[in-house]
Write a new protein. Structure first.
Length: 237
């Protein structure tokens, strides 16, 4: 029986936004020939793509929880974790949404639409201020308090996990203080880029708008690089 290669994340997990459509309440159910798909084929595994444009880390983790009963022994999970400065909020209809609607991490800054909403709803200003200035609090609670114990249960089940942070060298903020994020060993295997994944992409001109956030026809190169860094960790082959 062919095992599965699961891929979670935000828009940096995909290369084709045109494939986005509704699927069980989420967008982008498939991605063909992106780096995740290429890695899955190298490992002779079924590619199960579950990334969603604009997702924050809380939403990425939530989607993993929704798929818990589908994870089997020896399955591999790759997570494209998003920015530490991206969080979530509850809108006036009670729907959980990502602050990606307000804040562009690549600018960086408040978007035009975000500025209008933040001016319209007083409480949203507080939420955005908290996420940008106190994301140490948000991320430690998320990863140490929730992700670590959940991943511990997956490890015991025999599931293999690989984490790819968009920018793990980005400092976490707590008011005027800054802290380096240190991925917990209990998370599983960390695909490490010394300068940060996003900065590596920019340095080699793999970051563009041709294929999602990626430069056209670079998916194979990116896949090979990530695959080699996965091999450095145990359990892959």
């Amino acid at each position: 029986m062919i095992k599965n290669f699961w891929h979670f994340g935000d828009s940096y997990s995909m290369n084709d936004f045109s494939l986005e459509n509704k699927h069980n309440g989420f967008r982008a159910p498939i991605q063909n020939d992106n780096f995740g798909d290429i890695i899955a084929k190298k490992l002779n595994r079924n590619y199960k793509f579950r990334g969603v444009t604009g997702f924050c880390n809380e939403e990425i983790f939530s989607r993993m929880l929704w798929n818990t009963n589908n994870f089997k022994k020896d399955d591999i999970i790759l997570i494209n974790w998003s920015y530490f400065t991206r969080g979530s909020y509850v809108d006036e209809k009670g729907i959980i949404r990502s602050t990606n609607n307000w804040f562009d991490e690549n600018m960086p800054g408040i978007t035009e639409n975000g500025l209008e909403e933040l001016q319209r709803y007083e409480n949203y200003n507080f939420i955005m201020d908290y996420i940008l200035k106190y994301n140490y609090d948000i991320n430690i609670k998320l990863f140490q308090g929730n992700v670590v114990p959940y991943f511990h249960s997956l490890h015991k089940k025999g599931v293999i996990i690989y984490n790819l942070f968009i920018n793990e060298i980005e400092k976490l903020t707590f008011g005027n203080k800054k802290y380096k994020f240190k991925p917990y060993k209990e998370l599983g295997n960390n695909i490490k880029f010394e300068e940060g994944y996003i900065n590596w992409l920019r340095e080699f001109e793999y970051h563009g708008d041709d294929e999602g956030h990626y430069t056209s026809e670079k998916q194979q190169i990116i896949a090979e690089e990530i695959y080699e860094r996965m091999k450095i960790n145990q359990n892959l082959i």
